[in-house]
Each structure stands twice: as structure tokens, then as C-alpha cells.
Design a protein around this ligand. Structure first.
Ligand code: PGA
Length: 248
């Protein structure tokens, strides 16, 4: 996959039909030349959205293809309702649903095998950052994925760096802090494959809003954002998209 500017909204457990309609109508009247926004909606709304000029994404998928797994959604089901992307490894899935690096690696493989693009999230807690083991921690998250999908699999992913301490807290990482970690991720990938490192889109996530987006997106290794809270307000999300379009 070629490296590109990407802004993906992650609605989490929020939104309703009328918000979906507001975004669908809003984007119908908007065009971008440099990139296409992505919205990762709750699964039940994916099937209600048709003919959009934004990419559709899910927020989770089962690592299993089918079977007796009550409450789960398969990759084939997501594709049938036109999802092209899926968030995998979000810190909320890791923390509240006990998803380990191993489970996340399996989910990445399931998505890639069926040509759904993972938005693969990694990120450290404040405790890990302050203990000085942040880079080892991030390297471990990346390594366990690479062991399952190979470095070639990373070529089929979008990576999102989301420091847990910045998610939903209003505490955005500074552009310099984010750039430093993005450069580390690219360097880490380059140790496996230089071309893949250059071509991987690496998004920043954690309290991105219309004010903070332009300076973050100006950093050389930041290729856009994964946006939670600010993706629930059309006007604000559009401004973030416009910041990406300008950089694009
Ligand atoms: P936030 O969430 O923008 O509300 O901090 C980002 C995310 O969890 O992806």
C-alpha cells in the first residue's frame, strides 16, 4: 500500500442513525483531492451507509471466520456491508476486553487474508513511558504482529500510534513527542524492510482535534490521525480532514 494522508474517525460506542445521516449528507457535499476520509462506525450502522465518499471501517472483528462465537462479527460479514477497514488492537480492546498481542496478531492475519485493511493500533501507558521502557514495549507490540503476518503483512496495514495517556483525556502528545515515536516506528520497520517502512502510513491518535491537527500533520513521519471524540462532530471532523488535505 502506498503511504498517504489518512484521517479515520473512531466513533466507539457512540452515535445514532441521525448522526450517520448528518455525516453522509455532509460528506456528499465535500470533495477532497488528496485523500479520502474513513469513518469507523458501530457495526449495525455500516449496512445503512451506501454510496459515500468516505471509506467505511469497523472497530473490531472476530479472529474466527465463522462458527459458534456468540456476539462476534466475521470478516466476510464486514466486507458484505462494504467495510474496507477495521481497527485492530485499540487500547480499549486490549484493556477492557483482555485482547492480548497474540489475539491481535490473529485478528490482523484474518483481516489481511480477506483483504480488509487493518488500522493496527499500538501505544504505551503513562506508566510505561515514565518507566523508560516505552520503546521496548512498542517494539514488542510490533514484533508480535510481524511474527504472525510477516513484514509483508505490515504493508497491508495502516499503523496508528495512540499513547494511552492521550486517549480521551484532552492531553494530546506534542507534535515533537509524536514525531519522535513515529520516527522510531519507521526505523523499526526499516530494520525489517526499508521499502515497507517508507510506504507505511502511520497515524497519530489521542485527543486530536481541529486545533491540534495542523501542527501534528506537519511532522514528517505523521501521516494523519485516528480521531475519537472529535469525530462525532461533523464540522470539527471536517476541519481535521481539511488539515490533512492541505498537507497531502
Ligand atoms: P480520542 O480517541 O481522539 O477521543 O482521544 C482516539 C482513539 O481512541 O482512537
Amino acid at each position: 500500500m502506498d503511504r498517504q494522508m489518512i484521517v479515520a474517525g473512531n466513533w466507539k460506542l457512540n452515535g445514532d442513525r441521525s448522526l450517520v445521516q448528518e455525516f453522509t449528507d455532509g460528506f456528499a457535499n465535500t470533495s477532497f483531492t488528496n485523500f479520502r476520509p474513513i469513518l469507523c462506525l458501530p457495526n449495525v450502522y455500516l449496512a445503512t451507509v451506501q454510496n459515500t465518499n468516505f471509506g467505511l471501517g469497523a472497530q473490531n472483528l472476530s479472529e474466527h471466520l465463522s462458527g459458534a462465537f456468540t456476539g462476534e462479527t466475521s470478516v466476510a460479514m464486514l466486507k458484505e456491508v462494504n467495510a474496507e477497514y477495521v481497527i485492530i488492537g485499540h487500547s480499549e480492546r486490549r484493556e477492557f476486553f483482555q485482547e492480548t498481542n497474540e489475539v491481535i496478531a490473529k485478528k490482523l492475519k484474518t483481516a489481511i487474508d480477506e483483504c480488509l485493511t487493518p488500522i493496527f493500533c499500538i501505544g504505551e501507558s503513562l506508566e510505561t513511558r515514565e518507566s523508560g521502557s516505552m520503546y521496548e514495549f512498542l517494539a514488542e507490540q510490533l514484533t508480535s504482529a510481524i511474527e504472525e503476518i510477516g513484514i509483508a503483512g505490515i504493508n497491508s496495514c495502516i499503523i496508528a500510534y495512540e499513547p494511552i495517556w492521550a486517549i480521551g483525556t484532552g492531553l494530546t502528545a506534542t507534535p515533537a513527542q509524536a514525531q519522535e515515536v513515529h520516527a522510531f516506528i519507521r526505523k523499526f520497520l526499516a530494520e525489517h524492510d526499508q521499502d515497507i517502512a517508507v510506504n507505511t502510513s502511520i497515524l497519530y491518535g489521542g485527543s486530536v482535534n481541529a486545533k491540534t491537527a495542523p501542527a501534528l500533520f506537519a511532522e514528517q513521519d505523521i501521516d494523519g490521525g485516528l480521531v475519537g471524540g472529535a469525530s462525532l462532530n461533523f464540522k470539527e471532523f471536517l476541519e481535521i480532514c481539511q488539515a490533512a488535505e492541505q498537507r497531502g
